[in-house]
Design a protein around this ligand. Structure first.
Ligand SMILES: [Zn+2]
Length: 194
């Protein structure tokens, strides 16, 4: 089930392409989420970077996703900050950060603001439609359709694509499926089988 508006997916691919252009990258180059964060003037931090925040308060903030929180966007002293979970794999960290950066690129107004007990941090939370948009754009940023197409034409394996773009193999498979590239791949195979 999807609540994405018509044209959103195409827009996401175009946005992924223009972000790469802004960063001086080719459309099939891997995206460094740190470079994108810097470009968007968003600070990336881990919980231990947040000085002076009592551990209990931090845990309170992060109950957001008790099953193993990913990342949260917040304002600290008027600056945009993403706190990500450094315990996840590198690929997972990149995808968590890409998701949060997608919220910024989409100019999502938070559905809810949670203020830390000391009033220092204002955590943003989003509604399910915004989450779905950020997921989709985050994945497109990491692995644009054009980049996948180049890789598939060059017969690069899923594992190698994942390594190249610092994403999980599951994400590569998912993107190949949802961007219609599976069909291109099957046609290529059929042609070669003849
Ligand atoms: Zn989100």
């Amino acid at each position: 089930m999807t609540t994405l508006e018509r044209g959103f997916k195409t827009w996401a691919e175009r946005t992924a392409a223009s972000v790469r252009q802004e960063l001086g990258l080719a459309e099939h180059d891997p995206l460094n989420v740190r470079a994108l964060a810097e470009f968007l003037e968003v600070q990336l931090k881990t919980p231990s970077d947040i000085a002076g925040l009592p551990k209990e308060d931090l845990e309170q903030l992060l109950v957001h996703d008790p099953g193993g929180w990913s990342a949260v966007s917040l304002s600290a002293g008027g600056r945009a900050v993403i706190i990500y979970n450094p315990r996840h794999s590198r690929a997972r960290q990149a995808s968590d950060v890409a998701h949060e950066l997608a919220h910024f690129l989409l100019s999502h107004e938070p559905a809810r603001l949670v203020v830390s007990p000391d009033g220092q941090l204002v955590m943003r939370s989003y509604n399910s439609k915004q989450e779905e948009e950020a997921n989709w754009l985050g994945w497109a940023l990491l692995l644009p359709r054009d980049a996948l197409l180049v890789a598939i034409r060059q017969k690069i394996s899923t594992a190698k694509i994942a390594q190249l773009h610092n994403v999980s193999e599951a994400l590569v498979e998912f993107r190949i499926r949802v961007t219609g590239i599976r069909i291109v791949q099957q046609r290529m195979r059929a042609k070669h089988a003849r």
